[in-house]
Design a protein around this ligand. Sequence first.
Ligand code: NAD
Ligand code: IPM
Ligand code: MN
Length: 345
Amino acid sequence: MRLAVIPGDGIGPEVIAEALKVLNEVVPAAEITRYDLGAARWHATGELLPESVLGELRQHDAILLGAVGDPSVPSGILERGLLLRLRFELDHHVNLRPARLYPGVRSPLADPQEIDMVVVREGTEGPYAGNGGLLRKDTPHEIATEVSINTSFGVERVVRDAFARASNRPRRHLTLVHKTNVLTHAGSLWSRVVEEVSLQHPDVTVAYQHVDAATIHMVTNPARYDVIVTDNLFGDILTDLAAAVTGGIGLAASGNMDATRRNPSMFEPVHGSAPDIAGQGIADPTAAVLSVALLLDHLGERESARRIEASVAFDLATRDHQSPGQTYAIGDRLAALVSSNVRTG
Ligand code: NAD
Ligand code: IPM
Ligand code: MN
């Protein structure tokens, strides 16, 4: 197994160190190559993602990323030039973001019930496509555009993926989240594709919600969701909210996948570089550890993935959530749990 690791910025390297401890317990033979992309490299050389590095990344089975973004770098440089460039170049059209309320974890909701959903966020189009610009810059009449791109090819492939996932889950329910009442062009494309693909999945029940209403339901009754399929920006926003209602952003994992498997998929916590707590050793590495589980599952190492998830579930069920401990202590605990699980089978 050849893995590329991009620790990145802020708490990225802190949580990745713990994720690698856990990975080492289940796949000690994994061949790991580190890439020092991020703020420090940009400051030192001006480089974000050199072609040669991109070429090397392509030679790996998967990529594990911590987080990118730093207050010392103008907003968007690293996010667009590194993270989004990776997602676009490697055709990561399925951005998979499960959100589950683990036993023992306290949701901020009074009565959360059983939350177990997966958000299938489109990953290569929408307002993220970079189709925008400035006119009459620095004049009182400046115009800024960020035009959302929605292709029938792009929408169909992510909708198909979401239906396939819904089909394989016990509740077989899919919710399209969009804003068809205002974004009528993209909205009708998304609605039509969902309707068409649903004909091939009579086993899956389908619902639709406007994104504003979805934020209400995400707080008042998130247990209603099974699979959500949505565009790039709505999916970004909804998954931070889904993480919050399931116990916090420190637990939320994600996979940026090329479902065709032509390019390596990339796994990363949903959270960012958290400059407000970086360097303090208090970031929760659980999201990074669960991202390793998603990575292993994607590579067909289902048993190893299951072991990691079971260890996280055990730790969360027994954790003192008031004082969960330092980043390294959580990592040590998870690594020990995984290792004892490995030994006892
Ligand atoms: P953020 O996710 O970094 O932080 C939001 C809040 O969550 C902060 O209060 C932070 O302390 C907390 N938090 C995040 N991860 C945590 C963890 N593991 N344990 C405990 N608390 C945690 O979002 P932000 O502050 O909006 O963004 C900071 C930077 O990260 C920006 O540069 C942004 O562009 C970037 N970013 C990168 C990614 C990514 O690399 N995938 C994702 C989101 C944001
Ligand atoms: C995420 C982040 C990124 C996104 C940013 C940093 C480009 O917020 O992974 O959720 O918007 O996709
Ligand atoms: Mn985000």
